[in-house]
Write a protein that binds this ligand. Structure first.
Ligand code: ADP
Ligand code: ADP
Length: 232
């Protein structure tokens, strides 16, 4: 479970303090697909970065499975980071590495033996439907295929959570549809809790159970997708 309590994040810049997030309270339950929607600049990416420990909150806290991330020691941080898989709009694949090596990468960092890493990576690559592209390089793949590789890589360390930051925003509608189906399948069969950050209502409608609407650094509304989107 992810609990965000009274979270505030501000940035000091040369022209003053920018408050990117204010009074954010929300809970993502285990096993659900939770959506966070908002316009550009609303604070979505900052929220993701507070959850995956790339930013430290100015106030409030993020609690993961009952553990407050603000009190973690460096050693524990690494472990927590490994329990959160990330998928991005720009895929963030390593261009010098082929598909197999991209998916092995987080396992190498975690110190898994090469043979074990490759076995695990191959299983995941099969699951995302790219067994015939093991030795291809990212530049030889379509956007949808790249995102499938990124999903396999995100799953390599058996994360409990996957955060998708505008993961389908660079894809055409059909490819978006198939990637969302894949995420749904991963949620159902592997029990991974998924947080979907997007500016697109259609994405939320297609896979999310609940949604929070972020507007100007704050949560404007949250609840079941059908309820929240029923109010114009
Ligand atoms: P979104 O992801 O919804 O587009 P962001 O979280 O990227 O929104 O940004 C929210 C606000 O915080 C914006 O006004 C942005 O300019 C500001 N912001 C984000 N990161 C920084 C930073 N490192 N320094 C200064 N301002 C930032
Ligand atoms: P560094 O040595 O650069 O501080 P860390 O891995 O300790 O590297 O931290 C990386 C980022 O994670 C930093 O931006 C920091 O603000 C954030 N961070 C570190 N520890 C925590 C924590 N316990 N809670 C929230 N954010 C954290």
């Amino acid at each position: 479970m992810i609990e965000i309590k009274n979270l505030e994040k501000s940035f000091k810049t040369s022209y003053g303090t920018i408050t990117a997030l204010k009074d954010i309270n929300l809970t993502v339950n285990d096993g659900e697909i939770f959506g966070i929607i908002g316009l550009s600049g609303a604070g979505k990416s900052t929220l993701v970065r507070c959850i995956n420990l790339l930013e430290r909150p100015t106030k409030g806290e993020v609690v993961l499975d009952g553990k407050s991330l603000t009190t973690l020691k460096k050693k524990e941080l690494l472990k927590v980071r490994q329990s959160i898989g990330m998928i991005f709009q720009g895929f963030n694949l390593l261009e010098q590495r082929n598909v197999l090596k991209n998916v092995c990468y987080p396992l190498e960092i975690a110190g898994v033996k090469k043979a074990d890493a490759e076995k695990k990576a191959k299983e995941l690559i099969e699951m995302v439907g790219l067994s015939d592209r093991l030795l291809s390089y990212p530049s030889q793949l379509s956007g949808g295929q790249k995102q499938r590789v990124a999903i396999a890589r995100a799953l390599a360390t058996d994360p409990k959570y996957i955060l998708c930051d505008e993961a389908t925003s660079a894809l055409d509608p059909n490819t978006t549809q198939s990637i969302l189906e894949l995420l749904k399948q991963i949620n159902k069969t592997m029990g991974v809790t998924i947080v979907v950050i997007t500016h697109e209502m259609k994405v939320i409608e297609q896979i999310c159970d609940r949604v929070a609407v972020i507007d100007k650094s704050q949560i404007a509304e949250s609840g079941k997708v059908s309820t929240v989107f029923a109010n114009p």
